[in-house]
Design a protein around this ligand. Structure first.
Ligand code: GLU
Length: 213
């Protein structure tokens, strides 16, 4: 289980997320990634290796935006690789997820989604989550209801940051048995799996409880 950092606010979240991931670096990890989520300008950058390499790549791609999620991965399902690095998304690239933990029933969920026509690009347990949310998006009144329906199918542990291009001012967080904390700033919120990642920005923190969304 490794690190999650998310940002929603009134400036670009990229530096905050990258600095937060660097602050979590002591925990050790095998790959890292960041996504900026926007109505028509989303971008994902991933690197196998250190946050410094991710920061360089993000800089080269000039990604920026007020809604961003990032992850350092400690692989549990699937080798450390570009495709297995988080964030994971649905095929349309409209739903983005970073995850700490283990989805125990992912094989069953993956088979169900594949039978419904969903294609997977990674070997991770995590990738079922964006596809499941996508699946429920067509059957529920709004994105939050789709997330709730998807979470209802998961067995295992998770700390999640979730975002969609259709709600570029919202960062969703959910947890079961994986720590998540929200830092409340001025015109901004920072989400992290460990308060170390947000101490520099705010002292006002909310620790999420199990089953919070
Ligand atoms: N189980 C997920 C994976 O292997 C998340 C691992 C983590 O917590 O970093 O990709």
């Amino acid at each position: 289980m490794c690190g999650i950092v998310g940002y929603v606010g009134n400036k670009s979240g990229v530096p905050v997320v990258l600095e937060g991931l660097a602050a979590l670096e002591y925990r050790g990890y095998d790959s890292a990634g960041i996504a900026v989520i926007d109505r028509d300008n989303s971008a994902v950058v991933k690197e196998v290796g250190r946050v410094e390499a991710l920061a360089k790549a993000a800089d080269a791609e000039k990604i920026a935006g007020p809604l961003a999620i990032g992850h350092t991965r400690w692989a549990t399902h699937g080798v450390p690789s570009f495709n297995n690095a988080h964030p994971h998304s649905n095929a349309a690239g409209t739903i983005f997820v970073v995850h700490n933990g283990i989805i125990e029933n992912y094989a069953e969920l993956k088979a169900r989604l594949q039978a419904a026509g969903y294609e997977f690009v990674s070997e991770t347990d995590t990738e079922v989550i964006p596809h499941l949310i996508d699946y429920y998006t067509n059957q529920t009144p709004n994105f939050e209801a789709a997330i709730k329906a998807a979470l209802g199918d998961l067995v295992g542990t998770y700390g999640l940051a979730i975002a969609t291009v259709s709600e570029p001012d919202k960062l969703y967080a959910a947890r079961v048995s994986s720590p998540l904390v929200i830092g409340v700033g001025k015109h901004e919120h920072i989400l992290a799996s460990d308060p170390t990642a947000l101490m520099e920005y705010t002292k006002k923190v909310i620790f999420l409880e199990d089953y919070d969304l």
